[in-house]
Design a protein around this ligand. Structure first.
Ligand SMILES: Cc1cc2nc3c(=O)[nH]c(=O)nc-3n(C[C@H](O)[C@H](O)[C@H](O)COP(=O)(O)OP(=O)(O)OC[C@H]3O[C@@H](n4cnc5c(N)ncnc54)[C@H](O)[C@@H]3O)c2cc1C
Ligand code: FES
Length: 264
Protein backbone atom coordinates (compact mmCIF):
# COMPACT_ATOMS: atom_id res chain seq x y z
CA UNK A 1 0.00 0.00 0.00
CA UNK A 2 1.31 3.43 -0.98
CA UNK A 3 0.29 7.04 -0.72
CA UNK A 4 0.65 9.08 -3.89
CA UNK A 5 0.00 12.65 -5.00
CA UNK A 6 -1.50 12.21 -8.43
CA UNK A 7 -2.39 14.69 -11.17
CA UNK A 8 -5.76 14.59 -12.90
CA UNK A 9 -5.19 13.82 -16.59
CA UNK A 10 -8.84 14.04 -17.61
CA UNK A 11 -12.25 14.26 -16.00
CA UNK A 12 -15.29 13.59 -18.11
CA UNK A 13 -19.04 13.55 -17.50
CA UNK A 14 -20.39 10.34 -19.03
CA UNK A 15 -24.14 10.32 -18.39
CA UNK A 16 -26.65 10.34 -15.54
CA UNK A 17 -24.25 11.83 -12.97
CA UNK A 18 -21.48 9.31 -13.69
CA UNK A 19 -17.97 10.60 -14.32
CA UNK A 20 -14.70 9.12 -15.49
CA UNK A 21 -11.66 10.41 -13.61
CA UNK A 22 -8.23 9.52 -14.99
CA UNK A 23 -5.17 10.10 -12.82
CA UNK A 24 -1.47 10.05 -13.52
CA UNK A 25 -0.23 7.40 -11.11
CA UNK A 26 3.26 6.03 -11.58
CA UNK A 27 3.48 4.04 -8.36
CA UNK A 28 0.01 2.76 -7.42
CA UNK A 29 -1.37 1.94 -10.90
CA UNK A 30 1.12 -0.88 -11.69
CA UNK A 31 0.37 -2.61 -8.37
CA UNK A 32 -3.43 -2.79 -8.73
CA UNK A 33 -5.14 -6.18 -8.87
CA UNK A 34 -8.76 -6.57 -10.10
CA UNK A 35 -11.27 -5.58 -7.41
CA UNK A 36 -8.90 -3.47 -5.34
CA UNK A 37 -9.74 0.12 -4.48
CA UNK A 38 -8.09 3.45 -3.77
CA UNK A 39 -8.96 5.81 -0.94
CA UNK A 40 -9.11 9.31 -2.31
CA UNK A 41 -8.64 12.52 -0.33
CA UNK A 42 -10.47 15.59 -1.50
CA UNK A 43 -8.25 18.64 -1.77
CA UNK A 44 -10.31 20.72 0.69
CA UNK A 45 -11.20 19.26 4.13
CA UNK A 46 -14.29 21.49 4.00
CA UNK A 47 -15.63 19.19 1.26
CA UNK A 48 -15.00 15.95 3.13
CA UNK A 49 -12.61 15.22 5.97
CA UNK A 50 -12.60 11.47 5.44
CA UNK A 51 -11.19 9.89 2.32
CA UNK A 52 -13.65 8.24 -0.08
CA UNK A 53 -13.17 4.69 -1.46
CA UNK A 54 -13.43 3.92 -5.21
CA UNK A 55 -12.76 0.74 -7.15
CA UNK A 56 -10.02 0.99 -9.71
CA UNK A 57 -11.72 0.81 -13.09
CA UNK A 58 -8.62 0.80 -15.30
CA UNK A 59 -4.94 0.59 -14.40
CA UNK A 60 -2.28 0.76 -17.07
CA UNK A 61 1.20 2.20 -17.63
CA UNK A 62 1.30 5.18 -15.29
CA UNK A 63 -2.41 5.91 -15.20
CA UNK A 64 -5.41 4.86 -13.21
CA UNK A 65 -9.11 5.52 -13.82
CA UNK A 66 -12.12 5.68 -11.52
CA UNK A 67 -15.71 5.60 -12.66
CA UNK A 68 -17.96 7.22 -10.09
CA UNK A 69 -21.44 8.52 -9.44
CA UNK A 70 -22.16 11.83 -7.74
CA UNK A 71 -24.23 10.98 -4.67
CA UNK A 72 -23.25 13.33 -1.83
CA UNK A 73 -20.93 16.03 -0.56
CA UNK A 74 -17.64 14.31 -1.36
CA UNK A 75 -18.49 13.21 -4.87
CA UNK A 76 -20.10 16.60 -5.61
CA UNK A 77 -16.78 18.23 -4.69
CA UNK A 78 -14.93 15.65 -6.80
CA UNK A 79 -17.09 16.61 -9.78
CA UNK A 80 -15.63 20.13 -9.75
CA UNK A 81 -12.02 18.94 -10.12
CA UNK A 82 -10.26 19.67 -13.41
CA UNK A 83 -7.39 18.29 -15.45
CA UNK A 84 -4.13 19.45 -13.86
CA UNK A 85 -5.50 19.44 -10.28
CA UNK A 86 -3.65 17.35 -7.72
CA UNK A 87 -5.35 14.61 -5.76
CA UNK A 88 -3.95 12.36 -3.06
CA UNK A 89 -4.72 8.64 -3.14
CA UNK A 90 -3.94 5.72 -0.87
CA UNK A 91 -3.78 2.30 -2.44
CA UNK A 92 -4.09 -0.24 -3.79
CA UNK A 93 -6.28 -1.35 -0.87
CA UNK A 94 -8.19 -4.49 0.05
CA UNK A 95 -8.31 -8.02 -1.24
CA UNK A 96 -9.31 -8.14 -4.87
CA UNK A 97 -10.95 -10.91 -6.90
CA UNK A 98 -9.09 -14.21 -7.32
CA UNK A 99 -7.71 -14.94 -10.78
CA UNK A 100 -10.25 -16.28 -13.26
CA UNK A 101 -9.63 -20.00 -13.75
CA UNK A 102 -9.21 -21.45 -17.23
CA UNK A 103 -11.51 -24.39 -16.50
CA UNK A 104 -14.60 -22.32 -15.62
CA UNK A 105 -16.93 -19.98 -17.46
CA UNK A 106 -16.61 -16.54 -15.83
CA UNK A 107 -19.93 -14.80 -15.31
CA UNK A 108 -19.64 -11.17 -14.23
CA UNK A 109 -22.75 -9.60 -12.72
CA UNK A 110 -22.91 -5.85 -12.07
CA UNK A 111 -25.34 -3.21 -10.96
CA UNK A 112 -24.57 0.44 -11.86
CA UNK A 113 -20.99 1.48 -11.02
CA UNK A 114 -20.31 -2.13 -9.98
CA UNK A 115 -19.17 -2.47 -13.62
CA UNK A 116 -16.07 -0.47 -12.67
CA UNK A 117 -14.85 -3.08 -10.18
CA UNK A 118 -15.22 -5.85 -12.76
CA UNK A 119 -13.46 -4.41 -15.79
CA UNK A 120 -9.95 -5.52 -14.76
CA UNK A 121 -11.31 -9.01 -14.02
CA UNK A 122 -12.40 -9.28 -17.66
CA UNK A 123 -9.30 -7.62 -19.05
CA UNK A 124 -6.91 -9.96 -17.23
CA UNK A 125 -8.94 -13.18 -17.52
CA UNK A 126 -7.36 -16.05 -19.51
CA UNK A 127 -10.79 -16.93 -20.99
CA UNK A 128 -13.77 -14.89 -22.21
CA UNK A 129 -17.08 -14.96 -20.40
CA UNK A 130 -20.38 -13.16 -20.09
CA UNK A 131 -21.19 -9.86 -18.39
CA UNK A 132 -24.70 -9.38 -17.03
CA UNK A 133 -25.31 -5.75 -16.23
CA UNK A 134 -28.34 -4.05 -14.77
CA UNK A 135 -29.49 -0.63 -13.66
CA UNK A 136 -32.57 1.50 -13.15
CA UNK A 137 -32.34 2.93 -16.69
CA UNK A 138 -30.09 3.28 -19.73
CA UNK A 139 -27.99 5.96 -17.96
CA UNK A 140 -26.92 3.36 -15.38
CA UNK A 141 -25.44 1.03 -17.97
CA UNK A 142 -21.81 2.01 -18.00
CA UNK A 143 -18.80 0.93 -20.02
CA UNK A 144 -20.64 -1.95 -21.74
CA UNK A 145 -18.65 -1.17 -24.91
CA UNK A 146 -15.37 -1.49 -22.99
CA UNK A 147 -16.31 -5.10 -22.19
CA UNK A 148 -17.44 -5.72 -25.79
CA UNK A 149 -14.06 -4.49 -27.02
CA UNK A 150 -12.51 -7.27 -24.90
CA UNK A 151 -14.76 -9.72 -26.82
CA UNK A 152 -16.94 -10.44 -23.83
CA UNK A 153 -20.62 -11.14 -24.36
CA UNK A 154 -22.60 -8.33 -22.66
CA UNK A 155 -26.25 -8.83 -21.60
CA UNK A 156 -28.18 -5.80 -20.38
CA UNK A 157 -31.33 -5.36 -18.28
CA UNK A 158 -32.92 -2.15 -17.04
CA UNK A 159 -35.83 -1.75 -14.65
CA UNK A 160 -37.59 0.78 -16.91
CA UNK A 161 -36.80 -1.10 -20.12
CA UNK A 162 -34.86 1.85 -21.64
CA UNK A 163 -31.92 -0.46 -22.54
CA UNK A 164 -31.73 -4.21 -22.98
CA UNK A 165 -34.45 -6.42 -21.47
CA UNK A 166 -36.93 -4.92 -19.02
CA UNK A 167 -36.51 -6.08 -15.44
CA UNK A 168 -33.82 -6.89 -12.93
CA UNK A 169 -30.44 -8.22 -14.03
CA UNK A 170 -31.16 -11.46 -12.13
CA UNK A 171 -34.02 -12.06 -14.56
CA UNK A 172 -31.73 -12.25 -17.61
CA UNK A 173 -29.16 -14.16 -15.59
CA UNK A 174 -31.73 -16.79 -14.54
CA UNK A 175 -33.02 -17.13 -18.09
CA UNK A 176 -29.46 -17.67 -19.31
CA UNK A 177 -28.63 -20.19 -16.56
CA UNK A 178 -31.79 -22.17 -17.39
CA UNK A 179 -31.30 -22.25 -21.14
CA UNK A 180 -27.65 -21.69 -22.01
CA UNK A 181 -25.39 -23.03 -19.29
CA UNK A 182 -25.37 -26.51 -20.90
CA UNK A 183 -23.59 -28.25 -18.02
CA UNK A 184 -20.61 -25.90 -17.97
CA UNK A 185 -19.03 -24.84 -14.66
CA UNK A 186 -19.70 -21.14 -14.03
CA UNK A 187 -17.76 -18.96 -11.62
CA UNK A 188 -19.41 -15.71 -10.51
CA UNK A 189 -17.82 -12.30 -9.94
CA UNK A 190 -20.29 -9.65 -8.79
CA UNK A 191 -20.38 -6.05 -7.67
CA UNK A 192 -23.40 -3.84 -7.05
CA UNK A 193 -26.06 -3.09 -4.47
CA UNK A 194 -26.47 -5.48 -1.53
CA UNK A 195 -29.77 -6.87 -2.85
CA UNK A 196 -28.01 -7.99 -6.02
CA UNK A 197 -25.06 -9.48 -4.14
CA UNK A 198 -27.41 -11.43 -1.87
CA UNK A 199 -29.33 -12.72 -4.89
CA UNK A 200 -26.07 -13.88 -6.51
CA UNK A 201 -24.91 -15.65 -3.34
CA UNK A 202 -28.25 -17.45 -3.18
CA UNK A 203 -27.88 -18.75 -6.73
CA UNK A 204 -24.23 -19.69 -6.21
CA UNK A 205 -25.13 -21.65 -3.05
CA UNK A 206 -28.03 -23.41 -4.75
CA UNK A 207 -25.90 -24.41 -7.74
CA UNK A 208 -22.90 -25.49 -5.64
CA UNK A 209 -20.71 -23.14 -7.69
CA UNK A 210 -17.92 -20.72 -6.78
CA UNK A 211 -18.73 -17.04 -6.52
CA UNK A 212 -17.13 -13.82 -5.34
CA UNK A 213 -18.75 -10.54 -4.44
CA UNK A 214 -17.30 -7.07 -3.86
CA UNK A 215 -19.08 -5.29 -1.01
CA UNK A 216 -19.78 -1.59 -0.71
CA UNK A 217 -19.55 -0.04 2.77
CA UNK A 218 -19.14 3.35 4.34
CA UNK A 219 -15.49 3.59 5.27
CA UNK A 220 -13.45 5.60 7.72
CA UNK A 221 -9.76 4.78 7.66
CA UNK A 222 -9.74 2.18 4.85
CA UNK A 223 -6.84 0.53 6.64
CA UNK A 224 -8.43 -1.80 9.17
CA UNK A 225 -8.15 0.46 12.22
CA UNK A 226 -11.56 2.08 12.84
CA UNK A 227 -13.98 -0.87 12.36
CA UNK A 228 -16.47 1.36 10.51
CA UNK A 229 -16.85 -1.15 7.71
CA UNK A 230 -17.48 -4.54 9.34
CA UNK A 231 -19.43 -7.41 7.80
CA UNK A 232 -20.52 -10.70 9.41
CA UNK A 233 -18.70 -13.67 7.90
CA UNK A 234 -18.80 -17.38 8.46
CA UNK A 235 -15.85 -19.11 10.10
CA UNK A 236 -15.33 -22.87 9.98
CA UNK A 237 -13.10 -24.81 12.36
CA UNK A 238 -11.07 -27.91 11.46
CA UNK A 239 -14.07 -30.13 12.19
CA UNK A 240 -16.23 -28.10 9.81
CA UNK A 241 -18.26 -26.47 12.60
CA UNK A 242 -19.52 -23.04 11.64
CA UNK A 243 -19.59 -19.87 13.69
CA UNK A 244 -19.49 -16.21 12.70
CA UNK A 245 -17.04 -13.33 13.12
CA UNK A 246 -16.71 -9.73 12.00
CA UNK A 247 -14.53 -9.04 8.95
CA UNK A 248 -13.37 -5.59 7.87
CA UNK A 249 -14.52 -4.85 4.33
CA UNK A 250 -11.53 -2.55 3.77
CA UNK A 251 -8.87 -5.13 4.62
CA UNK A 252 -10.35 -8.67 4.59
CA UNK A 253 -12.61 -7.51 1.71
CA UNK A 254 -14.04 -5.82 -0.25
CA UNK A 255 -14.13 -9.14 -2.14
CA UNK A 256 -15.49 -12.14 -0.25
CA UNK A 257 -16.42 -15.67 -1.26
CA UNK A 258 -20.21 -15.98 -1.46
CA UNK A 259 -20.15 -18.95 0.93
CA UNK A 260 -18.48 -16.82 3.63
CA UNK A 261 -21.05 -14.04 3.90
CA UNK A 262 -23.62 -14.14 6.72
CA UNK A 263 -26.67 -12.18 5.51
CA UNK A 264 -28.72 -10.70 8.37
C1 LIG B 1 -14.68 -0.72 -1.90
C2 LIG B 1 -15.58 0.36 -2.46
C3 LIG B 1 -15.53 0.66 -3.80
C4 LIG B 1 -16.34 1.67 -4.33
N1 LIG B 1 -16.26 1.94 -5.66
C5 LIG B 1 -17.02 2.91 -6.19
C6 LIG B 1 -16.94 3.21 -7.58
O1 LIG B 1 -16.17 2.59 -8.33
N2 LIG B 1 -17.73 4.20 -8.05
C7 LIG B 1 -18.59 4.91 -7.25
O2 LIG B 1 -19.29 5.78 -7.74
N3 LIG B 1 -18.68 4.65 -5.93
C8 LIG B 1 -17.92 3.67 -5.38
N4 LIG B 1 -18.01 3.41 -4.03
C9 LIG B 1 -18.95 4.20 -3.21
C10 LIG B 1 -18.34 5.55 -2.90
O3 LIG B 1 -17.26 5.38 -2.00
C11 LIG B 1 -19.40 6.45 -2.26
O4 LIG B 1 -20.40 6.71 -3.21
C12 LIG B 1 -18.79 7.76 -1.83
O5 LIG B 1 -17.94 7.53 -0.73
C13 LIG B 1 -19.87 8.73 -1.45
O6 LIG B 1 -19.27 9.88 -0.95
P1 LIG B 1 -20.09 11.23 -0.85
O7 LIG B 1 -19.36 12.14 0.10
O8 LIG B 1 -20.40 11.77 -2.20
O9 LIG B 1 -21.46 10.75 -0.25
P2 LIG B 1 -21.94 10.87 1.25
O10 LIG B 1 -22.38 12.29 1.50
O11 LIG B 1 -20.94 10.26 2.16
O12 LIG B 1 -23.20 9.93 1.14
C14 LIG B 1 -24.26 10.19 0.19
C15 LIG B 1 -25.25 9.05 0.20
O13 LIG B 1 -24.64 7.82 -0.26
C16 LIG B 1 -24.66 6.84 0.77
N5 LIG B 1 -23.34 6.19 0.75
C17 LIG B 1 -22.13 6.77 0.88
N6 LIG B 1 -21.13 5.88 0.80
C18 LIG B 1 -21.72 4.68 0.60
C19 LIG B 1 -21.25 3.36 0.45
N7 LIG B 1 -19.96 3.08 0.44
N8 LIG B 1 -22.15 2.37 0.30
C20 LIG B 1 -23.47 2.63 0.28
N9 LIG B 1 -23.99 3.87 0.42
C21 LIG B 1 -23.14 4.88 0.58
C22 LIG B 1 -24.91 7.62 2.06
O14 LIG B 1 -25.62 6.85 3.02
C23 LIG B 1 -25.79 8.75 1.58
O15 LIG B 1 -27.11 8.33 1.44
C24 LIG B 1 -17.23 2.40 -3.47
C25 LIG B 1 -17.28 2.09 -2.12
C26 LIG B 1 -16.48 1.08 -1.60
C27 LIG B 1 -16.54 0.75 -0.16
S1 FES C 1 -12.69 1.59 7.18
FE1 FES C 1 -11.61 1.59 9.09
S2 FES C 1 -11.55 -0.52 9.55
FE2 FES C 1 -12.42 -0.50 7.58
Amino acid sequence: MLIENTIILSHRLLKGGYRLLTLKSKRIAPMVRPGQFVHLRLPSPADAVLRRPFSVFRAQAGRLAILYKTVGKGTQAMATLCAGDEINILGPLGQGFPNVRKDTLPLLVAGGYGMAALYLVAQRAPVKGIVFVGGAGADDILCADDFRRLDWDVRVATEDGSAGKKGLVTRILDAWLNKELHGRQPEFFACGPNGLLKAICKRVGRGGWDGWISMDRHMGCGLGACLACVQKVCKRDAAGRETWAWARVCTEGPVFACRDIVWD
